[in-house]
Design a protein around this ligand. Structure first.
Ligand code: UD1
Ligand code: MG
Length: 485
């Protein structure tokens, strides 16, 4: 392996990206839950180079902080170099070298808008560059339709120049081997050649591609490595290409999950972000999206129709038709269908949140069940308790949020209202329809509301002529009288 202590990688991200038609800088658009620039920097960092530099320019007030965030994620230094005006790729590389005035090792240049490029491919460019003692090595690719790309001009097998589409002679336009935009350079020769660039070309820009012919004319070795899979080098310039790259990346991530022992029933409708971890014998049903730092432990079953962001799902849990984020689901828990889980929720082992339940900042103990039609917010519930159907944790008084604390082995009746702040002790029961305003001691049965009163004959007297009154009259007439007995 070539020595990466003498390697600098520059990632170019100064361009305007006008075809995105976006207020957001092009390389900050995301696929697989990570920005395009994030993908490029992650791939570059995969080589563990001594120096990693992001070249920013257009909308740098957005891009520079994004680079800082990515550096924190990578837990390494990423230098930010500013290209004041976008005078071409040669000018961008010169800007990228500015923070490294004394560096003369190998310089690899990649782009912030090629998110599918794998570290292994950059590594093989680096290895070939070092092994062949080249001054310049370009990563080329062979395309059926080379339109728009710089053409690799060869003399026999030797690479002599890269000619841009706009500057190419008709016979050069027929060349199908093109420049991917990724290069390895000898640092000293690169610096020297950058000083010789001119903008005497169709676009009036300084082309990094001209370094190749300058180096060759000075008697240095130049070479090309043909990328085995050109789809890795697909650039993102507009939203159509963004979606295509997003799908290609997703195919990779979903395939990795399957190779890791997860069953993905329908890869085409399953979306998994690059920071998601998935165990073995996991089953993922159709229309499932897993984003952020979500993790799915061994044997869990997720979906269909489930979107989880930053969710930790325990082993053997079932999560069906759920929308959840920033929460923890314990081992063997059952969630769904139609459950909404909001931040700060923790469902204990073997716990349950059932149909039409919304939970927020609720810590639910082992084996506790909230099975039906309930809002549980700002609550702590102990172990093996059961919350009756259609209950509400009334946490908001219109100004402040308050907490409800419920013990273990509690049984609350259907339609119980917990008016927070309130505490219900271990083993307590509540009757159906109870409004709990005051604390309930352990082991008590709490009921509220008056004794039930039936006002006989009210409907026939007060609502005569209605269907209800007719039904009541018919029911009265059908009742057996003493005469019938
Ligand atoms: C460039 C190459 C071309 C290659 C193609 C691959 C040159 C002259 N041409 O063409 O041979 O086939 O990429 O996609 O290099 N950038 C800056 N500052 C600038 C100009 C560009 O940072 O002043 C960045 C862009 O943000 C982008 C990259 O450099 O990430 C390439 O620039 P772009 O304008 O897309 O070059 P192409 O014309 O596509
Ligand atoms: Mg381009």
């Amino acid at each position: 392996m070539a020595d990466t202590t003498d390697l600098a990688i520059l990632v170019l991200a100064a361009g305007a990206g006008t075809r995105m038609k976006s207020a957001k800088q092009k390389t900050l658009h995301e696929i697989g839950g990570r920005s395009l620039l994030g993908h490029s920097l992650h791939a570059a960092a995969g080589l563990n180079p001594a120096h990693l530099v992001a070249v920013v320019g257009h909308q740098r007030e957005q891009v520079a902080p994004a680079v800082e965030a990515i550096a924190a994620e990578l837990d390494r230094e990423v230098l930010v170099a500013v290209q004041e005006e976008q005078n071409g790729t040669g000018d961008a590389v010169a800007a990228g070298l500015a923070p490294l005035p004394d560096f003369n090792g190998t310089v690899i240049v990649t782009n912030g808008d090629v998110p599918l490029l794998r570290p292994e491919t950059i590594q093989s460019l680096f290895e070939a560059h070092v092994a062949e003692s080249n001054a310049v090595t370009v990563l080329s690719m062979s395309l059926d339709d080379p339109t728009g790309y710089g053409r690799i001009v060869r003399d026999g097998s030797a690479v002599t120049a890269i000619v841009e589409q706009k500057d190419a002679a008709p016979e050069q336009l027929a060349i199908t081997e093109v420049n991917s935009g990724v290069f390895a350079f000898d640092g000293a020769i690169l610096r020297d050649a950058l000083g010789q660039l001119n903008s005497d070309n169709a676009q009036g820009e300084l082309y990094i591609t001209d370094v190749l012919s300058i180096a060759r004319d000075a008697g240095h070795r130049v070479g090309a490595v043909v990328a085995p899979d050109p789809s890795e080098l697909a650039g993102v310039n507009d939203r159509v290409q963004l979606a295509a790259a997003g799908r290609a990346l997703n195919e990779r991530v979903v395939e990795a999950a399957m190779r890791g022992g997860a069953t993905v029933v329908d890869p085409a409708t399953t979306w998994i972000g690059v920071n998601v971890t998935i165990g073995s014998d996991v089953i993922i049903h159709p229309n499932t999206q897993l984003w952020g730092a979500t993790s799915i432990a061994d044997g869990a079953e997720v979906g269909p129709d489930t979107t989880l962001t930053n969710m930790q799902v325990g082993a053997n849990a079932h999560v069906i038709r759920v929308h959840g984020f920033d929460s923890v689901i314990g081992r063997g828990a059952n969630i769904g269908p139609y459950t909404y889980i909001r931040p700060g929720t923790v469902v204990g082992e073997e716990g349950k949140l059932g149909g039409f339940v919304e939970a927020k900042n609720a810590q639910i103990g082992r084996g506790t069940k909230v099975p039906h039609l309930t809002y549980i917010g700002d609550a702590t519930v102990g172990e093996y308790s059961n919350i009756g159907a259609s209950s509400v944790f009334v946490n908001y008084d219109g100004v402040n949020k308050h907490h409800t604390t419920i013990g273990s082995h509690v049984r609350t009746g259907s339609d119980t209202m917990f008016i927070a702040p309130v505490t219900v002790g271990d083993g307590a029961y509540s009757g159906a329809g109870t409004v709990i305003k005051d604390d309930v001691p352990a082991g008590a049965l709490v009921v509220s509301g008056g004794k039930q009163r039936n006002i006989e004959g009210w409907v026939e007297r007060k609502r005569p002529g209605t269907a209800a009154a007719d039904a009541a009259a018919a029911a009265r007439d059908a009742q057996p009288t003493n005469d019938d007995k």
